[in-house]
Design a protein around this ligand. Structure first.
Ligand code: HEC
Length: 176
């Protein structure tokens, strides 16, 4: 009888001990992604991390170009994923951000290279917040530290971008 009890206890212990060593099989409950639409900022915000976005195109504006005074140099355009939808289907959804990253152009040894950064120009779509400027907020930053330039987006930017009203105020297009 005693032997039976002992064996039973041993079996019980063998069953319990490994179970104790195992991490709890219960996984922490997976939290579902919030379904509520995130409130978009109402102001043109600094486009943190834009250098990891999609490069849309680059262009050099030389002396003699009508926009040389303001935008002379080398610029690269970057689009976040929302803006890429717009480049692909023509309608830019709220949350779209396009960056105009402008550098001085340095000519030497038959090559044109990037000099110092001149400005980080930004277009940010929030139809409600920027209803007076085609749904886009226009802004500019001095550098990658996000120092904002004092720009009146309507007069300094939008008035020229209205030429592209049929393309949702965007000049550039994306090529594969
Ligand atoms: C006189 C006209 C003009 C003005 C003023 C102007 N832009 Fe543009 N902008 C352009 C043109 C032309 C392009 C296309 C450049 C290219 O294809 O590489 C452009 C492109 C852009 C883009 C990329 C998306 C697009 O439309 O292709 C951004 C972002 C942008 N501009 C921001 C600004 C901001 C911010 C201002 C004001 C500080 C501004 N722009 C003022 C003519 C203008």
């Amino acid at each position: 009888m005693k032997k039976t009890i002992l064996i039973t206890l041993l079996y019980a212990a063998a069953a319990v001990i490994p179970a104790c060593k195992q991490p709890s099989p219960e996984q922490p409950e997976q939290k579902a992604e919030p379904t509520a639409v995130k409130e978009l900022p109402a102001d043109v915000y600094y486009p943190e991390g834009f250098r990891n976005w999609t490069h849309v195109k680059s262009m050099i504006l030389e002396e003699g170009h009508p926009l040389y005074e303001s935008f002379g140099g080398i610029h690269h355009l970057y689009a976040n994923s929302e803006a890429m939808q717009g480049y692909r289907n023509g309608t830019f959804p709220d949350g779209s951000v396009i960056v105009f990253d402008l550098f001085h152009a340095v000519r030497a040894d038959n090559a044109v290279t990037e000099g110092d950064r001149k400005v980080v120009g930004v277009m940010y779509k929030n139809a409600k917040a920027f209803s007076e400027t085609g749904g886009w907020g226009f802004g500019g930053y001095k550098n990658l530290l996000g120092e904002k330039l004092d720009i009146d987006g309507k007069t300094a930017c939008y008035n020229c971008h209205t030429a592209q009203k049929d393309k949702d105020f965007v000049f550039s297009s994306y090529r594969e």
